[in-house]
Design a protein around this ligand. Structure first.
Ligand SMILES: Nc1nc2c(c(=O)[nH]1)N[C@H]1C(S)=C(S)[C@@H](COP(=O)(O)O)O[C@H]1N2
Ligand SMILES: [Mo]
Length: 423
């Protein structure tokens, strides 16, 4: 179904636009009419002339060689080296809601730990009745659950606070992935150890060179946190914390400790003891906000975008993107093609899961004129994604973290897209 913004374009203008692109007219198909035969359909292609490789040519499958551009990419000038760095999910090349395991962005403080699962242990200590040590085999005897959750680094879109900077949604919004986790509810493991009444916080620690640790309030730990060992059905990738990672649904990625080896129950956040670091948000007045745990609703149009221009000319055009909220689901996304003068409801498609990415589409008939594309997410609490200017009014421009402002792509007559800001 084609949706039109505001006034439906006249059939005359629709036909003119379509004819210019050699595309379909209303009621017909988008595919080319067979006036001049297309060599690709007339010729016998090489792959139809002989047998391909047999089974076992790739015991662990990889994508087609024609998809070689669909990879994680980093921005070399952002960090001094690749060990304490980040790369980005190629959102513009994906569809649906699941991030394939090999394309999940990576953020490491001390590189990827190469953990031998036979030697890996998870310890629970501190304010508990029984200090416990679990092997991987022990953990597999607990009941497990499956959940699809997004993980967004608090620094996602952080380079965009002062203005439009990076040219591609992979770089502006790609510090996010959305996978199905199989894991054990953390509350079951904590119950096994028995939390003392004074235990109000946990400190979670990774087995990597950074020994990265974070403090999490007990309420969240007992609510929906998971100790996960599978992503999208297979073992976690080393980059994502093999063999165990903490899943903290809806909360900033920083707290999702990878290669998790220890959980200490305490009566205060470890920040208070200055033993751990945290991510803070510096405000305009010089004060810093200590805790911004939940990731607010956000969305981005992934196609078209700077890395994925419109190449087919005017006529039927598909806009698509993703939206998510750490507070729940995304019942609605609005799309504008004229910089916010008129908005239309996008079509949501695919599962609508709590604290997961959602996919939206907006199909329209492009007249070939420049576009200013934006998407605006509404979450299940009624919260509406703010503009970047609204965010700056509250937060100033000193922040790096928690930028969930509305993204604008400007598309020219040729279909090329650019990262811009409008006010
Ligand atoms: N042990 C450990 N856990 C970690 C990190 C780390 O460097 N070491 N980085 C954190 C940060 S800042 C983020 S955003 C997420 C990134 O998860 P990913 O690499 O699966 O994308 O992991 C978090 N967990
Ligand atoms: Mo992060």
């Amino acid at each position: 179904m084609i949706q039109y913004k505001g006034k439906k374009p006249s059939r005359r203008s629709f036909l003119t636009g379509a004819a210019a692109a050699g595309a379909a007219v209303a009621g017909a198909t988008i595919a080319r009419a067979q006036g001049t035969p297309d060599p690709a359909i007339v010729n016998m292609e090489p792959w139809a002339q002989y047998n391909g490789v047999g089974v076992d040519a790739a015991p662990y499958g990889v994508p087609s060689k024609y998809e070689a551009d669909v990879i994680r990419r980093n921005v070399p000038w952002l960090t001094a080296d690749a060990v304490s760095s980040v790369n980005f999910t190629p959102l513009h090349a994906l569809d649906g809601i699941i991030t394939p395991n090999g394309l999940c962005f990576e953020r490491h403080h001390a590189g990827v730990a190469e953990v031998d699962p036979a030697e890996h242990r998870l310890m629970i200590n501190g304010l508990v009745d029984r200090e416990l040590v679990f092997t991987m085999a022990d953990l597999l005897r607990f009941p497990r659950e499956n959940h699809v959750y997004f993980l967004e680094c608090a620094a996602n879109s952080g380079m965009e606070w002062a203005g439009a900077q990076l040219n591609g949604c992979q770089f502006t919004h790609g510090m996010i992935h959305n996978v199905m986790y199989t894991g054990i509810p953390l509350r079951l493991l904590l119950a096994e150890a028995g939390i003392k009444t004074a235990g109000t916080w946990i400190m979670v620690e990774g087995a990597d060179g950074a020994g990265m640790n974070r403090s999490i309030p007990m309420e969240k730990a007992l609510d929906d946190c998971l100790i996960a060992f599978k992503q999208n059905g297979e073992a976690l990738r080393p980059e994502q914390g093999y063999p165990l990672r903490l899943v903290v649904p809806g909360w900033e990625g920083n707290m999702w400790v990878k290669w998790i080896r220890r959980i200490e129950v305490g009566d205060q956040p470890w920040y208070a003891r200055e033993e751990t670091s945290k991510y803070t948000d510096l405000l305009a007045n010089g004060q810093a906000r200590s805790f911004t745990w939940v990731m607010d609703a956000k969305s981005v149009i992934t196609n078209p975008s700077p890395q994925a221009p419109i190449t087919h000319g005017p006529g039927p055009t598909v806009i698509t993107g993703v939206a998510w909220s750490g507070h729940g689901t995304i019942p609605q996304v609005d799309v504008t093609i004229d910089g916010g003068i008129t908005w239309a409801k996008a079509r949501m498609s695919g599962p609508s899961l709590d604290k997961s990415m959602h996919r939206f589409y907006y199909e329209f008939d492009w007249d070939g004129k420049p576009l200013l594309l934006q998407s605006r997410a509404h979450d299940s609490t009624g919260y509406v994604q703010p503009t970047k200017d609204q965010l700056r009014e509250v937060r100033g421009e000193n922040s790096i973290y928690h930028n969930n402002g509305i993204q604008t792509w400007s598309v020219n007559e040729q279909g090329a897209a650019e990262n811009v800001e409008i006010s």
